[in-house]
Design a protein around this ligand. Sequence first.
Ligand code: AHR
Length: 553
Amino acid sequence: MKIRRREFVKNSLLLGSAALIAPRSLLSQSVESRVEILLNEPIGAINPNLYSHFVEHLGGVVYDGIWVGEKSKIPNYGGIRKALVDNLAKLKPGVIRYPGGCFADQYDWHDGVGARDKRPTRVNFWADTNYKAPDAYKQLNSGPQKYEPNWFGTDEFVRFCNLVGARPYLAANVRSRDVRVFQEWLEYCNAPAGLTTLSNQRSANGSPDPYDVTFWGIGNESWGCGGDFLPEEYAEEFRKFTAWLPSYGLKLQLIGSGPNGGDTGWTRRFFTKLTEKGMGQLNKLYGWALHYYSGTTGKGNAAEFNENEWYELISRSDRMESLIKEHWQVMGETDREHRIKLIVDEWGAWHLQDPDMPPAYLYAYAGTLRDALISGLNLDTFQRNADKVAMANPAQLINTIHSLFLAYEDKFIVTPNYHVFEMYMPHAGATAVRTEFISPQVTFTRLDAARKEVPANFWSLNGSASIKAKTVTLTAVNSDVRNTHEAEINISSARILSANARVLSSSDIHARNTFENPHGLEPRNENVIVGAGGKLVYKFAPASVTRLQIAIA
Ligand code: AHR
């Protein structure tokens, strides 16, 4: 496989002075790829909140993914599934977003506190959805997934966050509740005990200590299910919702409901309208949410795809990089100092519900190695943009869409996405550094808008690197389903002492974990031999996510 000339020139330009070097001299004789880790070009500290999560009252996420009930035979911590807590805690999650998603703009937090048997039952936002819902789901007419019993509310959610060591991020209802309901929620969560009626209510419900929730979303997808607003209308709502908020000594971190994928018009028009009232309005925003789902391919089943569809979905997921850059640039037209960061609080692929999942588990499926590569690719993208992205949350944690876990009754497994999150942990809090990958392109066939087959190209190797103390962590995705890519790895201004690798890969690109085969796809550790003079050459396995940890002097 050859490096295409245009790609070589592009990569060479990225490498600055290396652009003047002829192609052959860029690559040593036996090695066809190269990774340049430029320690002297830091991008920024990697926010540990890039490894955050999202749970919504949707399908089997809350009932019975998280909440199994105190009297359940399934091991639990006060009603919360023990296996989930124990495994999620190992990942040191940053933040967990709740209660939605679209559900958030249908929710009144008052319904979810107090004696559990007295809480009202309401119809769930997702009860009648036609979006990608199988007939078995549509035919259901009972159960907590469709008729919300509010057994799991603010107190249970914060308890879940505390059990796993994450911080809560709550989304306010902008579409169907007023500002006062939002302010009361803030007061219930954050006012010191004994201070107000609502903080006393929280104490009576079991928590004298305030929850200190600083992350608050002002609505969700306000361009769609969150109100069908125009950006100008949403900017007005945002100003109203944030004009006065009780802080109880906390610095609130408010997150605006940002764009759907590439809708830069939403970003530009919101920022323009918001600041009509003065540039000081920008100070209210900590972050601007971005949602992007790369969708599915073919018939839509997670585990049914051919090689072209493998590349199609992975390359579509790679759009995340340009989305971040485009919205960042537009935000900078108003927020010139770039104080406001991007919060990618919904991302992932989105396949159809597996027929062998319980009917109530809307959008639940067992993801494959392809989804794991999409996780690696996205986390690498966030790390490469550590100066721009302050939080990222795949949709969603358990039993739906791009999940890390699947659980049904007493069955519980981790998905390939979980393994990627585990592998990427050393990046949290490290400093991201500019890293360039020079590798051959893969070619595949895609369907154009007229469903005609056309040739397409995609990178084989890409990833990111960070440094913490004397350890460099390099993570990389090899999208090439057929070829190993052997790469020389250079770290500028450092000597490589030793290295080890952890690899998630399989000869079967459809490999996955299921309740019947819970260990179908797991990472393996590899020893890496560093050559004389600190020369490091590594063979990236086909269809893999790899982490190299490199000790340097
Ligand atoms: O994650 C599922 C849904 O996708 C969320 O509720 C919504 O915000 C998005 O459209």
